[in-house]
Write a protein that binds this ligand. Structure first.
Ligand code: ADP
Ligand code: ZN
Ligand code: MG
Length: 480
């Protein structure tokens, strides 16, 4: 007891790139297809087949490299990592060991204790493997090569993180950059982003790094947090008891809350890497790098700072709206068109996000345009329609983009503003509910809600609740 320990963490993050086709063949990438339907001789490792590099995959890798402050390696190559496994039909994986496409970057993260720089050692391009399914019932295994050859980038950090808070902040920041670039959707649950956590523990103040373990199978931020807590405790206990950490790959079981040894950690030399003779070296011109640089989006950190300056809306709204670049740009266009940023933010954060979630779709799949949302906001601002009708119009717009101004006219949704009609409706409600009027006159003010509701109904929902309340109050002063 008594000894203090500190934790050291480095990450290896695999990200599937959103290209239309695989990295070395033209097989389409799509999910949820029949097993082995998107395959060809290249991605199933048939003898004599030859890989051809996908330019878009390289472009995404460069974009992520630039977005994370890396230097781009202008002359690089691919290497073969040799190993046998049934999901790897070539018996080697094409990757980059000696000359990764991006090196020496960094991301700035913010935690409760302040701002910290996390160094990125490298980003390399490689291909994904197929997937194995083990059927307990028949004790057989099946293999699906649809995933084989999907382009991946692997982002390797320096062991610069000390705790789960820093790790989560780093992952969120990285995710946001990659999502803003459209390079991947980075879904941990679905495996389009896969985080391996390397963790060691050492006596506080010690210079040398401790022996680390590597944890895989972490498919949510919560699982990552729990795995770090669990592994730190496990290692600290071993050290306290005078034991030794064995460098191993461990599988995190989130249900049990424990990690299990999978295999001894292999060394680079075990894989007999060598440059892939089937692929020519990759040369990246200055001009190409400049073009990619010029088309980078404004990333989230910058956007948040600018929104805070330019729009008078709460910080909470800004956080939410900038989670997706598409949503942030949608907000900006709408706010500028209608001149009412708070209303634009509300429609997006409340109704839009609720429906997106309910239907399980992404912001970029939104059907309606900022122009039409701005028009709808204008209709409410000018009291052409009331709030209820606005929601009705909005739902139609969400389903099938249409011009809300036209829609309101064609469907007769304009709010009734003619005083004579309004007064007539009020009069009828009062005449039809003498008992409630008496209640009201005796001081039961709650009945007002009922009167407003009845009047609205008489106007087929097209009244303005404020005006109606006003008219009712005036009329009730006169008694029955
Ligand atoms: P390997 O070649 O075995 O994969 P690397 O040196 O490439 O090992 O490191 C892999 C990852 O492990 C990197 O993210 C790195 O930051 C991290 N790492 C390396 N040593 C340690 C350590 N002692 N403690 C925690 N993380 C470490
Ligand atoms: Zn293929
Ligand atoms: Mg490594």
């Amino acid at each position: 007891m008594g000894k203090k320990y500190e934790t050291v963490i480095g990450l290896e993050v695999h990200v599937e790139l959103s290209t239309k086709t695989k990295i070395f063949c033209s097989c389409p990438i799509s999910f949820g297809e029949e097993p082995n339907s998107n395959i060809c001789p290249v991605c199933t490792g048939m003898p004599g087949s030859l890989p051809v590099l996908n330019k878009k995959a390289v472009e995404y890798a460069i974009a992520v490299g630039l977005g994370t402050g890396c230097s781009i390696t202008q002359y690089s190559q691919f290497d073969r990592k040799n190993y046998f496994y049934p999901d790897n039909p070539q018996n080697y994986q094409i990757t980059q060991l000696y000359m990764p496409i991006c090196t020496k970057g960094a991301l700035e993260i913010e935690t409760k204790s302040g701002v910290k720089n996390i160094s990125i050692r490298e980003i390399h391009l490689e291909e994904d493997a197929g997937k194995l399914f083990h059927d307990q019932e028949t004790s057989s295994s099946f293999v699906d090569y649809n995933r084989s050859g999907i382009p991946l980038i692997e982002i390797v950090t320096e062991p610069d993180m000390e705790n789960e808070e820093e790790v989560i902040a780093f992952i969120k920041k990285l995710k946001s950059i990659i999502q803003y670039l459209g390079a991947s959707d980075c879904k941990l649950q679905e495996g389009s982003m896969r985080v391996d956590v390397n963790l060691s523990v050492r006596e506080a103040g010690a210079k040398a790094l401790g022996v680390r373990t590597e944890m895989k199978n972490l498919n949510s931020l919560k699982a990552i947090t729990r795995a770090i807590e669990g592994e730190r405790k496990r290692q600290e206990k071993i050290l306290r008891d005078g034991g030794e950490i064995i460098q191993k790959t461990r599988r995190w079981d989130d249900e049990k809350g424990l990690s299990f040894a999978m295999r001894g950690k292999e060394d680079v030399k075990d894989y007999r890497y060598f440059p892939d003779p089937d692929l020519i070296p990759l040369r990246i011109s200055n001009q190409w790098i400049e073009e990619i640089k010029a088309s980078q989006p404004e990333f989230r950190t910058k956007k948040i700072a600018r929104f805070k300056k330019e729009y008078d809306i709460p910080d909470y709204d800004i956080e939410l709206l900038t989670e997706s670049n598409y949503m942030a740009e949608f907000f900006e266009k709408t706010a500028n068109l209608c001149g009412n940023p708070k209303k634009a933010a509300n429609w997006l954060m409340v109704e839009t996000m609720r429906l997106l979630k309910e239907k399980g779709i992404e912001p970029k799949e939104l059907k309606y345009s900022p122009e039409n949302l701005a028009k709808l906001i204008g209709l409410v601002d000018k009291k052409v329609i009331n709030g209820d009708k606005a929601k009705e119009v909005f739902h139609h717009m969400f389903e099938q983009n249409m011009d809300p101004e036209k829609y309101v006219e064609e469907n007769g949704l304009r709010a009734v503003r003619d005083e004579r009609i309004l007064k007539k409706a009020v009069e009828e409600v009062i005449a039809g509910n003498p008992k409630s009027v008496e209640d009201f006159l005796r001081g039961k003010e709650k009945v007002m809600g009922f009167f407003v509701g009845q009047t609205m109904k008489a106007l087929k929902g097209r009244g303005d609740p404020e005006i109606i309340t006003q008219l009712l109050k005036e009329r009730l002063k006169e008694g029955l």
